[in-house]
Design a protein around this ligand. Structure first.
Ligand code: GUN
Ligand code: ZN
Length: 434
């Protein structure tokens, strides 16, 4: 069925710049009684309803929402599909958590029926939480990526994913080889990269689980296909960092391992970066690489507190990540609730507009997709949300006390979660209705 022109009337808010660069007031556009016009899966106009309505045909189909806020779809720059079944696993920090819970859970994804079932649950959960684009780790099995992309393709979602490359320091049942990881990644790239709104990410799990040979081949894939993504983990946990130093004594530090194997660049996203030093932030910024800030995971696994002000000082691209299953929620609203507390514990403030930026335009910039997603400028993909001010009795009562959009936004991020997302639209189509 061809998509026709449609309009959505409600309060509308989107980021147009990083508050750290332009100040808070110049970082967003807000229309108290706004109109968003969608044509053929893309946004064709945004503005005040009073100004736009007279320019439209009188019979245009308009969805009018009361007590609701339209925002861009959220962007999750770090999440693991095969960890959906182990969110909230008790008691361990990173390295023991991987061995005790993560690897056994990921071992099941060679089985197509299991991978299909979890991919379906995972995609529904993303959309229920208002996430319209995610950068996704599969398992070591190509099947995990095939199942995910098949589910995403049916809904014409903009998604990025890759098969984990992991050829050492993991159980035999879960390792590939340098050669097989190269061949399997290449087959997935040929099948999926650039198909509809799908993109592929070369995915070495982290330095400890790849041999130098495998990291070399990961870098080779990036040179063979220049617009591929690269995703991995870095400097999340102190024991992990010590281990990397033991495994790569010839390198200056953790980031230098990835740098040596040519894995830094404009489409490279490094998850966590909790313990990065000043020089490493500078090098990441210099190469156009991005970091995914994953506060619920960093607190849950006791990893540490991400230093956002240091990243800002270096003008480093930062997106927000849930890191499910190390993270404890698919909701980027809940992730921002924890991000605020992570800043509080460091004596810093996270303004609601910086938070909005991180969950939308900042994520889009980290992924080099800001001309397509993360904001509602005309020409962008029509990936947007309707957030319900009356989602819960407490939210409804609390928001009646809010005096302006800054307060409203902050309360949405503090009390909000999946219940707040009334509708999710992707490429102009309704893909979730609460
Ligand atoms: N480092 C290597 N693998 C993982 C993972 O699956 N989750 C997290 N949080 N860190 C990792
Ligand atoms: Zn992770």
């Amino acid at each position: 069925m061809p998509l026709t022109r449609k309009a959505y009337r409600a309060a509308i808010l989107h980021s147009i710049a990083d508050p750290a660069e332009v100040g808070i007031e110049a970082s967003y556009e807000y229309f108290e009684d706004g109109l968003l016009v969608v044509d053929g899966g893309k946004i064709s106009a945004i503005g005040h309803a009073s100004e736009l309505l007279p320019t439209l045909p009188p019979d245009i189909d308009i969805n009018h929402y009361q007590d609701a806020l339209i925002t861009p779809g959220f962007i999750d720059t770090h999440i693991h599909l095969p960890q959906t079944g182990m969110v909230g696993a008790y008691g361990e920090q990173l390295l023991d958590w991987l061995n005790t819970y993560t690897f056994p859970c990921e071992s099941q994804f060679g089985d197509k029926a299991h991978a299909d079932e979890v991919a379906d649950i995972f995609v529904k959960e993303l959309l229920r939480n208002g996430t319209t684009t995610a950068l996704v780790f599969g398992s070591v099995h190509p099947q995990s990526v095939n199942s995910f992309f098949e589910a995403a393709e049916k809904l014409d979602l903009r998604m990025i994913a890759g098969k984990v490359m992991m050829d050492r320091n993991a159980p035999d049942y879960l390792t590939d080889t340098a050669e097989s990881s190269y061949v399997e990644s290449k087959a997935l790239i040929e099948r999926w990269h650039g198909k509809g709104r799908l993109h592929y990410a070369v995915t070495p799990r982290f330095a400890p689980t790849s041999t130098p040979e495998q990291l070399t081949l990961a870098g080779q894939l990036l040179t063979e296909y220049p617009d591929l993504y690269m995703q991995t983990h870095i400097s999340e946990n102190l024991k992990e960092i010590e281990w990397v130093k033991e495994l790569f004594p010839e390198r200056k530090g953790y980031l230098d391992v990835y740098d040596h194997y040519k894995l830094l660049g404009e489409r490279s996203v490094f998850a966590h970066g909790v313990h990065l030093c000043d020089d490493e932030c500078a090098r990441l910024a210099q190469t156009g690489s991005a970091v995914s800030f994953c506060p619920t995971s960093n607190l849950f696994l006791g990893s540490g507190l991400f230093n956002l002000p240091m990243a800002e000082k270096h003008k480093l691209n930062v997106g927000l990540g849930t890191d499910v299953g190390g993270g404890t929620s698919f909701s980027l609203l809940q992730t921002l609730n924890e991000a605020y507390k992570v800043m509080q514990l460091q004596g810093a403030r996270l303004s609601p507009f910086k938070s909005l930026y991180l969950a939308t335009l900042g994520g889009a910039r980290a992924l080099r997709l800001e001309d397509k997603i993360g904001n509602l400028q005309p020409g962008s993909d029509a990936d947007f949300l309707v957030l319900d001010y009356n989602a819960t009795p407490l939210l409804s009562y609390r928001l009646k006390q809010a005096n302006n959009i800054a307060e409203t936004l902050f309360v949405l991020m503090t009390l909000g979660d999946d219940r707040t997302v009334q509708q999710t639209y992707a490429a102009g189509a309704l893909v979730h209705q609460r």
